[in-house]
Design a protein around this ligand. Structure first.
Ligand code: KG4
Ligand code: ZN
Length: 321
């Protein structure tokens, strides 16, 4: 079964085709209109999706040989309601026009299962760290649709901490890739940032962001490179500490890292070097928002017989587990 996936939940307009042999096409357009505002402006995101989605879907179809797909999957939430509605409506309309089945996909399930698109994919059960701009959650994935939350952030998401810290440093939006790049030239021991542990396996990142602010305003401010390296080391320490503890507690040794922050070079390198764990890392371009992950997750649900009515609604907030 060849599935067209559509993703428009935030500021990436994306379409992709996934078939029995894997990813046939994967087209992502990142909206640039938000950069000067320092964050995503929901109404502008919706309008930019409307303008660009036709071109992006056409490119995904053409790159995959031009034949219409056997089914359509579109992100149905969570995300910015107007932005989700654009892709969801397009997906339903295309499915109706081609007279093929449709499924609405949970954006986080797309991220969580993105590791399954790689040539070396984890078997269930696996631990899935979904670490993005809006979410930081560690799942125990037992099977398709069978997910248990083992840990989550009690305040900011890790990606949000990257974005807010980058803003404090005047690095612009999105902050994650810029901090990642500067950190490569800095000393991770230059500034001693906290590693908050709010209890259990949960995370807290808002105190870290405040520590960055306090440091940046201090008279003994380190270089941007050193602040970025020190901040990034603190985030990666916190993330990997919980992953290791969860692996010990559950006995599950397969770990997939997914979501935008999983594109971070230090996180990837240090995760891959963890002893006793099998770590699965989607390609960096498939950590940040993309439609291949939506087509992939939708395809698994379609293959087991799921079909969604065309009157299904967009869900701006929607739990996965
Ligand atoms: O998964 P994603 O594209 O969108 C959401 O679903 O949120 O994640 C975006 C987040 C942003 O916070 C961005 O700064 C962060 O992922 N990010 C990174 C890197 N690339 C993107 N964070 C750290 N290092 C990176 N290389
Ligand atoms: Zn995402």
């Amino acid at each position: 079964m060849r599935v067209l996936g559509i993703e428009t939940s935030c500021d990436e307009t994306a379409a992709a085709i996934v078939g029995p042999d894997g990813i046939e096409s994967d087209v992502v357009h990142t909206q640039e209109v938000h950069a000067r505002f320092g964050g995503v402006v929901p109404e502008l995101a919706s309008r930019a999706h409307v303008e660009k989605l036709g071109v992006v879907v056409r490119a995904a179809l053409e790159q995959a040989g031009g034949a219409p797909p056997d089914a359509v999957a579109a992100t149905a939430g969570p995300g910015l309601i107007g932005a989700v509605l654009v892709g969801l409506s397009w997906g339903k309309a295309l499915a109706a026009g081609w007279a093929v089945p449709f499924v609405g996909v949970h954006h986080l399930e797309g991220h969580l299962l993105s590791a399954l698109l790689e040539p070396s994919a984890p078997d269930f059960p696996f631990l899935g760290l979904v670490v993005s701009g809006g979410h930081t959650t560690l799942y125990l994935a037992r099977g398709l649709g069978d997910y248990q939350v083992l840990a989550q952030t009690v305040d900011d998401a890790a990606g949000e901490a990257f974005d807010k810290s980058a803003r404090l440093l005047g690095l612009g939006y999105p902050g994650g890739p810029r901090i990642d790049a500067l950190a490569a030239h800095g000393d991770p021991r230059a500034v001693s940032f906290p590693r908050p542990a709010p209890g259990g396996l949960d995370w807290s990142f808002s105190g870290l962001k405040t520590a960055v602010r306090t440091h940046v305003l201090s008279s003994s401010r380190a270089s941007d490179e050193d602040v970025c390296a020190s901040f990034q080391a603190a985030v990666v320490d916190c993330l990997l500490d919980r992953v290791q503890r969860a692996a010990e507690q559950t006995g599950v040794r397969r770990v997939a890292l997914c979501g935008g922050v999983a594109a971070n070079r230090e996180l990837r390198e240090r995760a891959a070097a963890l002893p006793k764990l099998q770590v699965y890392l989607p390609a960096r371009s498939r950590c940040t928002d993309n439609a291949a992950m939506i087509a992939g997750a939708g395809r698994l649900r379609l293959l087991r017989g799921e079909r969604h009515d065309l009157d299904g609604v967009a869900r701006p907030s929607w739990g996965l587990a």
